[in-house]
Design a protein around this ligand. Structure first.
Ligand code: ATP
Length: 322
């Protein structure tokens, strides 16, 4: 291929800029023209497509967010608009694009690939909810951001002998809660993948209190069924100890990407360019056991998630109090 495009879509994730930088520079290095498509699929439909140069991606490697901007596009969920997107790319002579985003963005990409565009999926989401790859771009940074917040909250909640419920992002995937909870020393982790009722949560908190714990830390995924503030109220009633819900929200999305996220973004985007250069059909790129992998885009979306119950059980053991 001679002309390729790149867009970022869905929720922004730290490391997306590193992917854009690598795609642009690797493409230029191979003699291709690389186009930046602004505001995800929305920008594609509106023809917001600009030629990128080597220097247009300078000084962005360390920045969170995405210089291409991102969007959620309801129009792109309709076949006639996907068709329109393909026609737009044809008008620019763009034969293949790189989509940096999560599962929704990949599904949009798959629809586009059915209109004759080669689509390379680069996993960019803090949620880590693409099961074909071990990690997604932005996850490591977000986990470390949450860890910092947990460290801060521990100081105040132990001083006041409080229970804290920290609600973290992740949509229907519990990985952000699981990894930050494990490494942040949570007493209880609540994720959509594992059932746990309020009585069980209270039992665990009371068990800790009985052994002399100064505070309790509950890390709860946003996808876990219970409301955090309601849980805090019930917990307070049932344990007799003050309880607070903390919801950091979009703070979890921002910040300079970690080395791990920059590297993942750089190598997956570089691979995507190589595949387009070789006229490959649509693929998803990721990592498995430390190795770079590629898989047919449609197959990648069919991979079932495997929850790390070993990490969950380990947290239960370490947090229970004795
Ligand atoms: P994140 O989970 O980090 O927010 P995401 O890529 O999953 O990232 P979504 O909002 O689900 O974010 O998807 C981004 C865009 O992809 C949507 O706004 C829509 O334009 C397109 N998209 C999502 N799902 C589909 C689908 N099933 N078919 C076609 N296009 C889709």
């Amino acid at each position: 291929m001679k002309k390729i495009g790149i867009l970022t879509s869905g929720g922004d994730a730290p490391g997306m800029n590193a992917a854009v930088r690598a795609a642009v520079r690797c493409g230029i290095e191979k003699g291709m023209e690389v186009y930046g498509i602004k505001r995800g699929y929305e920008g594609l439909l509106d023809g917001e497509i600009v030629n990128m140069e080597w220097h247009s991606v300078g000084d962005i490697l360390q920045r969170g967010g995405t210089i291409l901007r991102t969007a959620r596009s309801t129009r792109f969920m309709e076949d006639r608009w996907v068709e329109h997107g393909a026609r737009m790319l044809n008008a620019f002579g763009i034969e293949g694009i790189i989509v940096v985003g999560g599962d929704g963005s990949f599904r949009g990409g798959l629809d586009l690939s059915e209109k004759g565009i080669s689509v390379m999926g680069v996993p960019g989401t803090i949620d880590n909810d693409l099961a074909y790859t071990d990690y997604t771009i932005g996850f490591d940074t977000a986990v470390n951001t949450i860890l910092g917040l947990i460290t801060n909250i521990r100081d105040t909640s132990s001083s006041h002998e409080r229970s804290t419920i920290m609600e973290v992002m992740g949509r229907n995937c519990g990985d952000l809660a699981l990894y930050s909870g494990l490494s942040g020393g949570a007493d209880v982790i609540l994720v959509p993948e594992v059932e746990c009722d309020i009585n069980e949560i209270c039992r665990k908190v009371l068990q800790g209190q009985a052994t002399g714990k100064a505070h309790s830390l509950i890390v709860k995924a946003e996808g876990f069924k219970m409301d955090s503030n309601e849980m805090a109220r019930t917990l307070e009633e049932m344990t007799g100890r003050e309880a607070r819900a903390v919801v950091p929200g979009y703070i979890q999305r921002g910040g300079s990407p970690t080395e791990k996220d920059r590297r993942l973004a750089t190598v997956t985007a570089a691979k995507a360019v190589e595949l387009l250069y070789n006229d490959s059909s649509s693929k998803a790129i990721g990592v498995s056991r430390g190795e770079l992998i590629e898989m047919d885009l449609a197959d990648a979306l069919k991979v079932e998630p495997v929850f790390r119950s070993d990490l969950y059980e380990l947290t239960n053991v370490l947090g229970k109090g004795r």
